[in-house]
Design a protein around this ligand. Structure first.
Ligand SMILES: C[S@@+](CC[C@H](N)C(=O)[O-])C[C@H]1O[C@@H](n2cnc3c(N)ncnc32)[C@H](O)[C@@H]1O
Length: 249
């Protein structure tokens, strides 16, 4: 039976890879890479560095495929994402069926942890449902960007007994749903929509990488400065990944 592992590799710091992940990597025959374009070449490089460091099999192969374009023009976000996932499932199915031998071990390396804002598990489930290729699946957790953010700011995500809400920039724009809100996938500084004066922000970009930027303070004072720093960094690198915690004080 083919074996397939979905391995969380942490969100940028190569030292955040777990012992369980390194053990799984040591027996890998094929790594499946989805190429998301030149802008994020440094992210692909981190994956390649992890392979070079932990994969023991000298004849392991990297099988890469181009990520299909998502239709960003349509107003119907959900059906655009569904169509995009179907295209990706077809690509994953072909890669597993054609590139992974019957007794081999393949892996997808997932940024952070596969359970958080990542579609790999959903897509691999779709592949399994096609019943065109059989495989045994395991999932190996990784350190999320949220944990890395909290560690770098030396804060807990919640105060005693309080819940934590993790959401996207798009959802935050509709209102702050709780006292401790972690925001990911924010293309446009959605914290600007928060009008409450008593909110602190703990912000981080490129966390765990040599380009890491951290800023914190009251949202009222820090927000405009974060927006400026973020725009400059995005122009300099051509892309940005940032995460932040908002906390009502
Ligand atoms: C598609 S989600 C993937 C999340 C990932 N599975 C995780 O566990 O962190 C991408 C979002 O994660 C966050 N992110 C991932 N890596 C990051 C990093 N090194 N620094 C800051 N934010 C990061 C950003 O909010 C980015 O928009």
């Amino acid at each position: 039976m083919r074996r397939l592992s979905i391995i969380g590799i942490g969100a940028g710091n190569p030292d955040h890879i777990t012992v369980q992940a390194t053990k799984a990597l040591s027996s890998i025959d094929v790594i499946f890479l989805i190429d998301k374009g030149d802008d994020k070449e440094s992210l692909a490089q981190l994956r390649k560095d992890i392979c070079a460091r932990y994969i023991k099999n000298p004849s392991f192969r990297i099988v890469a495929a181009q990520d299909p374009e998502r239709d960003r023009a349509t107003a119907d976000y959900e059906s655009a994402v569904t169509a995009w996932h179907a295209e990706r499932a077809a690509i994953y199915e072909r890669m597993i069926r054609e590139e992974l031998g019957e007794t081999q071990h393949g892996a997808f390396l997932v940024w952070g942890d596969p359970s958080l804002y990542d579609s790999t598990l959903r897509i691999v489930d779709r592949v399994a449902a096609m019943q065109t290729v059989g495989f045994e699946l395991d999932v190996i957790p990784g350190i999320t960007s949220v944990q890395a953010l909290a560690a770098r700011h030396r804060v807990a995500l919640n105060r005693i007994g309080e819940p934590v809400h993790i959401t996207t920039g798009r959802q935050l724009a509709k209102g702050m749903a709780g006292d401790n809100v972690v925001v990911m996938l924010d293309g446009d500084c959605a914290f600007k929509s928060v009008k409450d004066g008593d909110v602190d922000i703990y912000w981080g970009a490129y966390i765990g990488t040599p380009d890491e930027i951290l800023m914190s303070g009251t949202l009222r004072e820090c927000g405009p400065e974060i927006e400026k720093v973020r725009n400059e960094a995005r122009t300099r690198h051509g892309w940005i990944m940032d995460t932040y915690l908002l906390r009502k004080s």
